[in-house]
Design a protein around this ligand. Structure first.
Ligand code: PLP
Length: 356
């Protein structure tokens, strides 16, 4: 079988090398044509959830729902959980998008933006009400920044009753999460989870479900109440992406515990941040504590970045473009678990030989 190019794009990203084998298996086992109300589907949903608990240390009483994208998660949050007021802490494009969705979908609510600069942490306000909804982005994929667990735990301590949500699209499956601090965690699968695009996980605590029930809105097909009612029977509100659920199940089965994965990802991140600091490019984020371990973002002269990306693509190495405000002056490298060490070695050799 021909090999695809080596992609360091932070999403859609390189998929697990075993994906073709898993797809073949799914086809042969008839998974691709099962009914989503059948016992086979229920078994698949149950098995996948069990693996999320054991591999990713997800607390036993959290719910897992299958939706189409992180974008859909922003809609679900605004529609099912934004009762009266939301707080949006962000420093880049994805956190900002979540804020815009909340504004547009809930013009009646008080939707508060708390933008913070690079190389800093969000400033947590003193007073947040029990029913308020808080939005954090774990790993801002657009600029390669990340929130250490301590700030999420601090938010939980300050606001024990508020609903705290976390966009973990480019970190879920790569680094561990302080679950007890979080009520909602969502992630599309085409980034850190190393799967084809077209599905996202929406994970939530009993407190989030209680808030959705108190709010009582169930007009949208993927409202939290209908999602919960269906998942109680190991089912979904609609025909889901069964193939992707199967791929998630198989890839989790083949993965170590998240602590082991995180250790490896952090080591590789440290190694390559250091490697690039000695190259023509510099990390966009100067404070190491706020640099993402899973999306390395490097800055440099526009013409150099342009040439670097072009030369790399001639070697079948695809680098991620910069994003939004940082588009021309940066490039991004995914450091996701599905990317093999020998692919990083090829990138390293290419960079070393790149004429300055
Ligand atoms: C890619 C990304 C999204 C959007 O994901 P979709 O699957 O396209 O909806 C949202 N948040 C973050 C942090 C992302 O990296």
């Amino acid at each position: 079988m021909a090999e695809p190019p080596i992609s360091f794009y932070p999403g859609p990203s390189q998929v697990w090398a075993a994906v073709p084998q898993y797809v073949q298996e799914a086809y042969e086992a008839g998974i691709l044509s099962i009914n989503h109300r059948s016992p086979q589907f229920e078994e698949l949903a149950q098995k996948t959830k069990h693996l999320l608990h054991t591999r990713l240390s997800l607390p036993a009483d959290y719910w897992v729902f299958y939706i189409s994208s992180a974008t859909e998660a922003w809609e679900i949050l605004a529609q099912s959980l934004l009762k009266r007021r939301s707080w949006h802490f962000f420093n880049g494009a994805f956190g900002k998008k979540a804020y815009h969705y909340a504004q547009k979908l809930r013009p009646d609510a008080e939707v508060i933006a708390q933008a913070f600069p690079l190389n800093s942490l969000p400033q947590l306000p003193e007073k947040v009400e029990a029913s308020d909804l808080i939005y954090f982005t774990h790993n801002e994929t657009s600029n390669g920044t990340y929130l250490p667990s301590a700030i999420l735990q601090e938010a939980r301590q300050k606001y024990p009753e508020a609903i705290i949500s976390l966009d973990a699209t480019s970190s879920l499956g790569g680094i561990g999460l302080p679950w007890q601090a979080l009520d909602v965690v969502y992630a599309s699968v085409q980034k850190c989870l190393g799967l084809p695009a077209g599905m996202a996980l929406f994970i939530c605590s009993p407190a989030a479900i209680a808030q959705a029930e108190a709010f009582g809105l169930s007009t949208y097909y993927n409202n939290l109440i209908s999602l919960r009612d269906n998942m109680q029977e190991w089912q979904t509100t609609h025909t889901p992406n069964v193939l992707n659920i199967y791929l998630l199940m198989r890839s989790l089965e083949a993965s170590p515990q998240i602590v082991q994965t995180e250790h490896k990802i952090r080591q590789r991140a440290a190694k390559y941040y250091q490697f690039f600091e000695e190259s023509l490019f510099q990390p966009l984020v100067s404070k190491p504590a706020y640099r993402s371990p899973t999306v390395l973002t490097l800055q440099g002269e526009e013409f150099l970045i342009d040439r670097f990306k072009k030369e790399a693509s001639k070697q079948n190495i695809i680098l991620g473009n910069g994003y939004g405000d940082w588009k021309a002056r940066s490039f991004r490298l995914a450091n996701f678990p599905a990317i093999a060490d020998h692919h990083f070695k090829l990138l390293e050799d290419f960079t070393t030989n790149f004429p300055s």
